[in-house]
Design a protein around this ligand. Structure first.
Ligand SMILES: Cc1cc2nc3c(=O)[nH]c(=O)nc-3n(C[C@H](O)[C@H](O)[C@H](O)COP(=O)(O)OP(=O)(O)OC[C@H]3O[C@@H](n4cnc5c(N)ncnc54)[C@H](O)[C@@H]3O)c2cc1C
Length: 273
């Protein structure tokens, strides 16, 4: 199996994702819920080794969110509960208490690449100009080109949706177990979170005028348009944003290739990459 990537791992949209586990802004909701729960279980296993995988459990508040507005998947998420108004931190009116996987994407992508290569996969920096090129080498071609599928497929219904996140130094964000005192000591891990999410134990500072967060997010990252809140740290360059299709429906579809092969489109994950 070969992976072609036009960009370096750290130059992809995935590398700049928050990245909090949360099925959001992606359809069809019924199927996405089940897929998300499968990935939740998988991340749970990877979180046993956060240094290597980049996946860790983080307890916190999912601000501006109500339980009733979520799908049936929410019932399967252990510990997810609606907070009473007086429990909601900072300037928010509503929020959920949750313990969710938070993924340090540069670490995670490096881990995934290493695992793929250890299994005999070949990763190479290579830009495909069309699907024929890959189809000449393999009977099955998977198109996970993100936003680039807009030109490559082409799919004009695929649009960039930008998000934002904030940097801050965190302490004790590993659900109260291991504590950190500086981002430098453990580079990047837990220092980046989607706005609208407050890590446990730091809720007040994170949302009520901490000098490390100059102003609170007006909305959660997922609704925001325009990347402007990468307020701290030497983050990777931000690519064009998450790719979402009209109606929010992810495209996972196999189509026949002219030579008898198969092309599997797999893009448009919106805010639930
Ligand atoms: C600021 C921000 C925060 C986010 N936070 C979250 C979050 O908290 N949780 C969450 O679930 N999601 C989040 N997302 C969404 C998530 O990042 C995306 O849905 C996800 O990264 C999309 O992954 P992808 O693999 O489809 O695309 P990409 O990460 O864009 O990868 C596309 C790949 O295809 C390659 N490629 C493109 N064109 C070609 C070509 N012609 N030939 C060869 N290779 C090509 C690229 O080089 C790249 O390797 C966030 C997005 C942003 C922007």
């Amino acid at each position: 199996m070969r992976v072609w990537s036009r960009d370096d791992l750290l130059g992809t949209t995935s590398a700049v994702a928050g990245a909090l586990w949360w099925p959001y802004r992606v359809e069809p909701a019924a199927e996405v819920g089940a897929w998300a729960l499968a990935s939740l279980r998988r991340y749970g296993r990877l979180a046993r080794d956060p240094e290597r995988t980049g996946v860790q459990w983080v307890a916190g508040v999912h601000a501006d969110t109500v339980l009733d507005g979520l799908g049936p998947w929410a019932l399967e998420v252990e510990g997810l509960r609606q907070l009473a108004p007086e429990e909601v931190p900072g300037p928010y009116r509503t929020g959920l208490a949750a313990r969710l996987p938070l993924i340090d994407m540069p670490v995670h992508l490096t881990f995934l690449r290493g695992r793929f290569e250890a299994m005999g996969g070949v990763y190479e920096r290579r830009e495909a100009r069309g699907f024929e090129e890959a189809a000449a080498l393999a009977p099955v071609v998977v198109d996970c080109t993100g936003l680039a599928a807009r030109e490559l497929v082409p799919d004009p219904g695929l649009l960039p949706v930008r998000g934002s996140w904030s940097w801050w130094r965190t302490r004790g964000s590993r659900s109260g177990s291991r504590r950190r005192t500086s981002r430098r000591a453990r580079p990047r891990t837990s220092s980046r979170m989607p706005t609208g999410w407050c890590s446990a134990g730091r809720r007040r500072r994170a949302t009520s005028g901490s000098p490390r967060i100059r102003r609170r997010p007006r909305r959660s990252w997922r609704g925001a348009r325009g990347c402007g809140r990468r307020s701290r740290g030497p983050g990777p360059r931000a690519p064009g944003g998450a790719a979402a299709r009209a109606g929010g429906r992810v495209r996972i579809e196999a189509v026949p290739l002219p030579g008898g092969g198969r092309l599997v489109h797999h893009y448009g994950h919106g805010g639930a990459g």
